[in-house]
Design a protein around this ligand. Structure first.
Ligand code: FMN
Length: 375
């Protein structure tokens, strides 16, 4: 019989640990390195005018694949696609920064790459969690365990207008985010790892290890299960942008990775504290910041990354390039060798999954150490 639990939204300031497990403490000896990609041109809004660029290529998947392959050649840990669900700015003089859907783009890139992690943005404010869980786990399975989800609640009124909605108050927006994150993780874990492989002489799947989810919140709900087996890394890695207030509490519970504009020791510490408050350990959250490349010498870029990494201001960096067509190769050929020589970046990929690259704990379903919002 289907069981439905009624949800009460708990005060997250008071959430407490249910179970504390002893996890092996993992310290990154090497810095994490990713690259932020987007409209195929670069972060400089005028790059589309350069003579070596096809100005019509902003939705050309071959161009995105080439950029991902360049980063993979350098052993970079992941590519990251931010997203907005509306058209920011005016496209008269510069291209839209975000255009085709990140998850579909990454599924195509997955087929043309082997190791690089693939982190895409999807909002928690619009899509039903069953669909989000299904798409993101599909990306993880298709990429053989290389997927990551940048989970954002969206913040601009225009994003909500795209769905015919008004911008909700922050507490409501994060209330939905918590329900969505919790349900997505529950769905990811609902096809148990113990199901294993089909036995051609016996049963296809042991349903004792396939569990319904049966969660109903104020905003969203699901019965489940999700009929998708684990990927090579179990389930996608979760990234969240740095914020304060409600966002900080959410990051403490769910995020494996934080993306910030700036390297900052004290903000990194605050985020780590939020993880500890949630029942996790400080090493469970890796703090990444965007880092500039253009306008500096190769040595200056390497020095900047090293200084911030060694000062504990970041666990790694997401490189920002003006021109994706030339700068990724330039970074791979000229900065990564300096970082390798200094022992700050590994010589190449050592594992196959995004979790391997990042040195983060395996997780399937919920983290059993953190309190649940569904009680
Ligand atoms: C480094 C960074 C990256 C972000 N990336 C995205 C993104 O790709 N899409 C998005 O809708 N919001 C993005 N955000 C916005 C945050 O998710 C958040 O909504 C915003 O900081 C406002 O906080 P609030 O939602 O609590 O009001 C990003 C924020 C930062 C600092």
């Amino acid at each position: 019989m289907l069981e439905i639990f009624v949800v009460s939204y708990t005060d997250f300031c008071n959430y407490k640990t249910l179970i504390t497990l002893k996890f092996k403490k993992m310290k990154n000896k090497h810095m994490i390195l990713g690259v932020v990609l987007g409209n195929n041109f670069g972060n400089n809004p005028n790059t589309w005018r350069k003579p070596h660029i096809d100005p019509g290529s902003y939705t050309n998947i071959d161009a995105t694949v080439k950029q991902a392959q360049a980063a993979e050649r350098g052993g970079m840990d992941f590519m990251f696609l931010p997203d907005r669900l509306f058209m920011p700015g005016n496209p008269t003089m510069s291209p839209p920064m975000f255009n085709i859907d990140p998850i579909i783009t990454l599924a195509a890139v997955a087929q043309a790459t082997e190791r690089i992690g693939l982190i895409g943005t999807a909002s928690t404010s619009f899509t039903e969690p069953y669909l989000l869980a299904r798409q993101l786990k599909a990306l993880d399975v298709v990429s053989r365990g290389r997927a990551g989800w940048n989970a954002v609640p969206s913040y601009e009124a225009q994003a909500f207008a795209s769905f015919g909605k008004a911008l909700p108050p922050s507490d409501k927006k994060y209330e939905r985010l918590h329900e969505v994150m919790h349900i997505v993780q529950a769905l990811w874990g609902s096809w148990g790892k113990e199901v294993g492989q089909p036995d051609q002489t016996g049963i296809f799947a042991d349903t004792a290890h396939i569990r319904s989810v049966n969660l109903q919140g104020k905003h969203v709900g699901t019965r489940g299960p999700l009929p998708v087996p684990p990927s090579e890394q179990g389930q996608p890695v979760i990234m969240m942008p740095v914020t304060s207030g409600y966002g900080l509490q959410a990051a403490g519970i769910y995020a494996d990775l934080i993306i910030a504009m700036q390297a900052n020791r004290s903000i990194r510490h605050t985020i780590q504290e939020a993880a500890v408050q949630a029942g996790r350990t400080e090493g469970d959250i890796k703090y990444l910041s965007f880092a500039p490349f253009n306008g500096f010498t190769y040595k200056q870029v390497a020095d900047h990354l090293q200084r911030n990494f060694e000062a504990g201001a970041a666990d790694g960096f997401v490189m920002n390039f003006d021109d994706f067509h030339t700068d990724i190769d330039d970074f791979v050929d000229n900065v990564i060798p300096i970082l390798r020589e200094r022992g700050l970046v590994r010589e190449g990929y050592e594992g196959a999954t995004l979790r391997d690259h990042l040195g983060i704990q395996p997780l399937y379903g919920h983290d059993p150490r953190v309190n649940t919002i569904f009680e």
